[in-house]
Design a protein around this ligand. Structure first.
Ligand code: FE2
Length: 204
């Protein structure tokens, strides 16, 4: 994701109906067109006022909040986070069925969480523990260990010095059209469509 201002939306890495029935096309298109693209618009609007920030990538903007102009820091973090988090979410999906990560990632998961099923249970529990809006993440810490964390609103793991490799958006807009308030169902079905190739790539 080596892009800078003006940011253009990424293409969805799957067809709108490809994740159905786990996430239907309407939910995906509303999420992509109305929510994600609006973060792109708002971020560009903010950055148009700050020439010194226009050569920075999303990661650079988000990793050093103290270097952002104080007056617009909250908005820039919010909108850059909204772009980064949604792109990580969309890139986290695309396969179908009960797919598993490759041997390398699987053994890392086993080392850090006990087993793949333990990992899955803990990730779903984390997603359920988000009060209000936010994300569940699989991240790598500075000692190269995998961790599951949650973030609120459009906060990102980058501002905590963690490297994100996969996430699930648990804002209601991510699932409400299809699942109403059944977040646990949505999180369970999310495991049917994780794109492990993409997660493995982020790990490298
Ligand atoms: Fe979202």
């Amino acid at each position: 994701m080596n892009r800078t201002y003006p940011f253009v939306p990424i293409k969805l890495p799957f067809k709108a109906n490809q994740l159905s029935p786990y996430i239907d096309a309407r939910t995906i298109m509303v999420h992509y067109n109305l929510l994600y693209k609006n973060y792109i618009l708002k971020l560009n609007e903010e950055l148009s006022k700050h020439k010194s920030l226009q050569d920075l990538t999303l990661e650079q903007l988000l990793s050093n909040p103290s270097k952002l102009p104080e007056k617009d820091r909250v908005n820039i973090m919010r909108y850059a986070g909204g772009v980064f988090n949604h792109e990580m979410y969309f890139m986290s999906m695309g396969m179908r069925g009960d797919t598993l990560p490759n041997a390398k990632l699987r053994s890392k998961i086993n080392n850090c969480f006990g087993s793949f099923n333990d990992f899955k249970e803990r990730f779903i529990a984390a997603g359920l523990a988000v009060f209000g809006s936010g994300y569940a993440w699989l991240v790598v810490d500075k000692k190269d260990n995998l961790m599951i964390i949650i973030t609120a609103n459009q906060e990102t793991p980058l501002e905590h010095g963690l490297k994100p490799i996969m996430c699930c958006d648990v804002w209601e807009h991510a699932y409400f059209l299809q699942y109403l308030n059944r977040r646990a169902d949505y999180l369970n079905k999310f495991f049917k469509i994780i794109n492990w190739n993409s997660v493995e790539k982020n790990l490298m």
